[in-house]
Design a protein around this ligand. Structure first.
Ligand SMILES: [Mn+2]
Length: 356
């Protein structure tokens, strides 16, 4: 997706699935009319892409049918930027544990999928709309609407196209949220981006509020944020072109991904595996500079039989649930994952050395 050859494959920015057209999106909206309460679910510990896609889907449905929807998520909104985004753009999200799901005849998921393992819908929960850009976990033949565009850098871009095609106006707050989603998810169109993302990014920038954007991007952070950086730096180990760090218990699960991005800047490092323990779950995050890394598949191989994972070529994440809080359990898991990581990446195992 970051390769020019791949980008040129979608000159017109159309959905790769030819069945998704302006007309079919219109009929999907009509299908929703009069069906009762609508729930839109983000992935756990939602990121700006998942949040903005949910906000945009709600806006689309509201403008076209007059029906409001409830936005929901599992886990926590941890990263300071994401909390700022939700506060400053006045986005209301309800923890999924506070909802009675049987009250919602229509359930939509954005930036995740029913079988992805990174959302808090109970197993067997009927889902009616899936809008995502991660590789499909299965066919979802029983789901009414499935729009999964693996070659898109952001789910927000898919929703931007829906709004655009259906002539729904995009107000400043919505534009700011969609713009920030594409900006953060693709690191300013530098990573896993497509022509469609670039198009949306350029159209949304002049509609966005630059002061709010600045305030989202530059939030103040707690002392704990800096001590987590210290933990990561102290225990990071470098195995040739691979870097592994373990944050142990974290207050904010998003820090694992943030530190993975940060430590990928180390010279000579092409792959990063980050770990952190939050609420009985070991959160995993992988990053690579190599566009051919296929990290989504690598991480699935690493957690086979013990957890769930997924992702794209250069960005992936996973979770291993029911891990005890004691250090020994976490160290055992770290050893197991490192042992599986080298063969999964086709790298020879070499001894690690401390980063600093
Ligand atoms: Mn996304």
């Amino acid at each position: 997706m970051n390769l020019p050859t791949v980008n040129s494959d979608q000159e017109d920015g159309q959905a790769p699935d030819a069945s998704i057209t302006t007309d079919s999106v219109a009929s999907m909206i009509e299908w929703l009319r009069g069906r009762g309460k609508i729930l839109i679910v983000c992935h756990d510990n939602p990121d700006p892409d998942s949040i903005s896609a949910a906000v945009a889907l709600r806006h689309l449905i509201l403008m076209k049918t007059g029906q409001d929807a409830v936005l929901s998520y599992g886990g926590v909104i941890g990263r300071s930027e994401n909390r700022q985004m939700v506060d400053l753009l006045e986005i209301t999200l309800v923890p999924i544990c506070e909802l009675n799901l049987s009250q919602f005849p229509v359930v939509c998921v954005v930036d995740t999928q029913p079988d992805a393992g990174n959302n808090s819908l109970p197993p067997g929960q009927p889902v009616h709309l899936v809008i995502d850009h991660h590789p499909p976990k299965k066919d979802y033949e029983d789901v009414y609407w499935v729009d999964i565009r693996e070659n898109y850098g952001a789910s927000a871009t898919i929703l931007y196209e829906y709004l655009n095609d259906q002539n729904v106006s995009i107000n400043t707050k919505l534009a700011t949220s969609l713009f920030y989603a594409i900006k953060s998810e693709t690191q300013d169109l530098g990573r896993e981006w497509s022509k469609a993302d670039r198009e949306a990014y350029l159209k949304l920038l002049p509609l966005s509020n630059n002061q709010i954007l600045y305030n989202i991007i530059h939030p103040q952070v707690s002392r704990n944020y800096f001590s987590t950086f210290a933990t990561a730096l102290k225990n990071a180990r470098v195995y040739g072109e691979m870097l592994v760090f373990n944050l142990q218990k974290v207050e904010n699960p998003d820090l694992v991904a943030e530190l993975a991005d940060f430590l990928l800047r180390q010279q000579g490092v092409n792959y990063v595996l980050g770990m952190g323990w939050f609420n009985k779950t070991q959160i995993l995050s992988m990053r690579s500079l190599n566009p051919e890394a296929k990290l989504g598949l690598v991480i699935q191989e690493m957690v086979a039989g013990i957890g769930t994972a997924g992702g794209h070529g250069m960005v992936a994440g996973g979770q291993v649930r029911d891990i005890a809080e004691d250090e020994q359990a976490q160290q055992d898991l770290e050893k197991l994952l490192i042992g599986r990581m080298f063969p999964a990446l086709n790298l020879a195992r070499i001894p690690g050395e401390p980063l600093i």
